[in-house]
Design a protein around this ligand. Structure first.
Ligand code: ZN
Ligand code: ZN
Length: 283
């Protein structure tokens, strides 16, 4: 989206019609108002478009249709958990890059015979999938993934030590998350790429769209994570061209979530707010 576009009514975002990326955004371009995907600039990836008509309510039927369509794209969390356990327990782990799935027995290997299959995956490799297994998503898509260099990772590690952060929330920064995974800090990844569900449970990873501030599943684990955080660092990497207004809305909501979360925590934490929450931008 170019800067000619403005976004409207972000407070009521959950009442907007849904595309496969959660609630759409009401955009304004000159005198035109329309609902479109929050995450995809490329219409080939998501072509949701609905003209906004003043005073005309979207019918419940249509709204439910879009919502059902969205829900049908979600893999039930129980199935994901089961799958992840199977992956962990399997002695012979392979990963097909063409199908983006694990192959856990030689029987199912046949249907991937012409595909690029990564063999001999160890438990250690599973801890850092972006480094060891997955291909990063390319730049021109809705979810360009950037692998940060060693220098940036070292800088972040030093920064965490220097300011004694006990918690780090990585938003759209899986490579930074992976580099911190062996540390003993309270750590969570929010990212729209649900391939990470094959590797991490809900305490570690939540499927999240940073543009419409949308959690695809129950966000309880995220709230628990925030409640535990005494000194929180949020690292966010908005994809190039991401609308600043949408990202700042997301960050403001996280800050509010943190503040609310502190009501049930010891008073000392609340006093540190907002100094307790430091935001980093990388773009
Ligand atoms: Zn979409
Ligand atoms: Zn395959």
């Amino acid at each position: 989206m170019s800067s000619n576009y403005d976004v409207i009514d972000l407070e009521n975002i959950n009442q907007n019609p849904y595309c496969n990326h959660g609630p759409t955004i009401l955009f304004k371009n000159k005198d035109k108002l329309f609902y479109a995907c929050s995450a995809c600039r490329d219409h080939k990836l998501c072509n949701f478009y609905l003209k906004y008509e003043e005073g005309k309510k979207i019918s419940q039927e249509k709204y439910d249709f879009w919502l059902d369509q969205f829900k049908s794209t979600l893999i039930p969390i129980e199935d994901q958990n089961k799958k992840r356990k199977e992956i962990i327990n399997s002695k012979n782990k392979r990963y097909c890059h063409n199908c983006n799935e694990f192959i856990l027995n030689s029987e199912s290997l046949k249907k991937h015979s012409d595909h690029f299959v990564l063999e001999k995956i160890t438990d250690e490799m599973l801890k850092k999938p972006l480094q060891n297994i997955l291909n990063p998503i390319e730049k021109n898509s809705s979810n360009a993934q950037f692998v940060f260099d060693d220098q940036t990772n070292l800088f972040i590690q030093n920064h965490i030590k220097k300011f004694e952060y006990d918690s780090v929330l990585c938003i759209g920064t899986p490579s930074i998350f992976e580099n911190l995974i062996d540390s003993n800090i309270n750590l969570m990844l929010l990212d729209i790429d649900d391939r990470f569900m094959m590797f991490y449970d809900e305490n570690r990873y939540q499927k999240f769209n940073m543009f419409n501030n949308y959690f695809f599943y129950d966000k309880k684990k995220y709230e628990l994570f925030l409640a535990k955080a005494k000194n929180l660092l949020v690292i966010i990497d908005p994809p190039y061209g991401g609308m600043v207004k949408l990202i700042s809305n997301t960050i403001n909501t996280i800050m509010k979530d943190k503040e609310d979360g502190n009501f049930s925590s010891p008073m000392g934490i609340r006093k540190n707010f907002p100094q307790a929450l430091k935001i980093f931008y990388y773009d």
